[in-house]
Design a protein around this ligand. Structure first.
Ligand SMILES: Nc1ncnc2c1ncn2[C@@H]1O[C@H](COP(=O)(O)OP(=O)(O)OP(=O)(O)O)[C@@H](O)[C@H]1O
Ligand SMILES: [Mg+2]
Length: 254
């Protein structure tokens, strides 16, 4: 298949076993370039594991992963990043004592051929600063650039994580529960931010909030015990009796 006509992400028979537990069990998926796809499913369904296999932080037990037509199954995480893959995490992983701008600069320079050397005049790094500030502006955090990250609200920290994920101008962005733990207003701000991202970026988003998942994406894949149990339009998935059972069952005990 030529890269021009390839899926953004293609998973075939992807499996991850932890001892006797199959956290991911023979998952096959095709995500088209520019698509926005939600991955939903109850706790422990294998959603984060799926992201860790795609980003290369964990090695699959079986199956294959292709990114824009290229097999990346055995590629190191930084090589996948260089091919246009970025992810955010379910739990914040920022440097809390550094400023917003410094966190952003670290992400920008990590992916740039120009490296920061603290003994050189900062003027040399104008391009890195400009890029970092543009990223902060795009997520609405430019005014907070001098604040230590620990002084930001939880919602602002999650917005900053989006900026860091965008630092490498990704073609495929994996977002692991970007609205987790956010108050309603913060969650709405995050949804607006994600809706405003470049439509050329392919986005895979793990989301517990079905309303958010359906607002951000056209198509939803449901994982349950490591397997794909439903896959289709938001309307079809919502009407699927198995999905209703899984969700009503899970929510009934929540
Ligand atoms: N490193 C690991 N070692 C052993 N078991 C693991 C490991 N990582 C995940 N698991 C198990 O694999 C299963 C899937 O976990 P995963 O974190 O992918 O679920 P999830 O769908 O992201 O859940 P949540 O909605 O709670 O974030 C769970 O049963 C989990 O306990
Ligand atoms: Mg998870």
């Amino acid at each position: 298949m030529s890269p021009a006509s390839a899926s953004a992400l293609s998973l075939s028979g992807l499996t991850k076993a932890f001892g006797g537990l199959r956290a991911l069990d023979d998952v096959s998926l095709e995500i088209q370039p520019g698509e926005r796809r939600a991955i939903i499913g109850p706790n422990g369904a294998g959603k984060t594991t799926l992201f860790s296999l795609v980003s290369g932080e964990q090695a699959p037990t079986g199956g294959r992963i292709a990114l824009f037509g290229r097999d990346i199954t055995r590629l190191a995480p930084h090589r996948r990043a260089a091919l246009g893959l970025a992810r955010t995490y379910q739990i914040t992983n920022l440097f809390p004592r550094l400023t917003v701008l410094d966190n952003c600069l670290l992400a920008v320079q990590a992916l740039s051929p120009v490296k920061l050397h603290l003994h050189r005049p900062l003027g040399r790094y104008r391009a890195l600063f400009d890029r970092a500030e543009a990223l902060l502006e795009s997520v609405g955090l430019l005014a907070k650039r001098a604040a230590p990250v620990r002084d930001l609200s939880h919602g602002e920290q999650r917005q900053l994580e989006i900026a860091l994920a965008l630092a490498g101008t990704p073609r495929l962005l994996l977002l692991d529960e970007p609205t987790a733990g956010l108050a309603l207003a913060e969650s709405q701000m995050m949804v607006a931010l994600l809706k405003g991202l470049d439509p050329a970026i392919t986005i895979l988003i793990i989301e517990h909030d079905m309303a958010v998942a359906f607002e951000l994406t056209d198509r939803v894949t449901v994982l349950h015990y490591g397997r794909v149990v439903a896959d289709g339009s938001a309307r079809d998935v919502r009407a699927d009796p198995l999905v209703q059972e899984i969700y009503l069952g899970a929510m009934g005990t929540a």
